[in-house]
Design a protein around this ligand. Sequence first.
Ligand SMILES: Nc1ncnc2c1ncn2[C@@H]1O[C@H](COP(=O)(O)OP(=O)(O)OP(=O)(O)O)[C@@H](O)[C@H]1O
Ligand SMILES: [Mg+2]
Length: 141
Amino acid sequence: MQVVQLLNENDTLNLGSKLMEILTKGDVLAITGDLGAGKTTLARGMIQSELGNIEVPSPTYTLVQIYDMKNFELWHCDMYRLEYPEDAHELGLFDAFEDAVCVIEWPEKLGSLLPKNIYNIYLKFDDNGRLAYLEGFEKNL
Ligand SMILES: Nc1ncnc2c1ncn2[C@@H]1O[C@H](COP(=O)(O)OP(=O)(O)OP(=O)(O)O)[C@@H](O)[C@H]1O
Ligand SMILES: [Mg+2]
């Protein structure tokens, strides 16, 4: 598993920007990490790298926020408040897994409904900033 050191918020945003060069329609990226680990920041880096300095709020209450990127829709999902995995059906998430790029915070809330062949990033607190553990990526980031 590849480990990337993220010394500050800007490093997290930059990693997001690099991810946008890799992800294509139909990809799912699960971002796992404790409260405040930087999941939303990473998603923000992805979105802002294409759309500029727009507001990218945490979708904690809406659960999903959809962005029109150049080549696909990007679904920024925060499953923290999802009560049951099955509740994701009414969000349209399972179609989006095929038709969009889905970036999912708190993916563990989807339980066994989370697709299997996906990219995973695990964010951990470190003495200096964060460490990102990358799984499923072919090339180094
Ligand atoms: N590499 C980093 N080093 C230090 N601070 C960081 C780093 N990346 C992000 N942060 C900061 O961590 C804080 C929390 O970030 P963020 O909201 O993205 O976390 P989160 O994982 O989405 O939290 P939640 O679990 O509430 O959704 C922000 O203030 C952000 O600037
Ligand atoms: Mg968040």
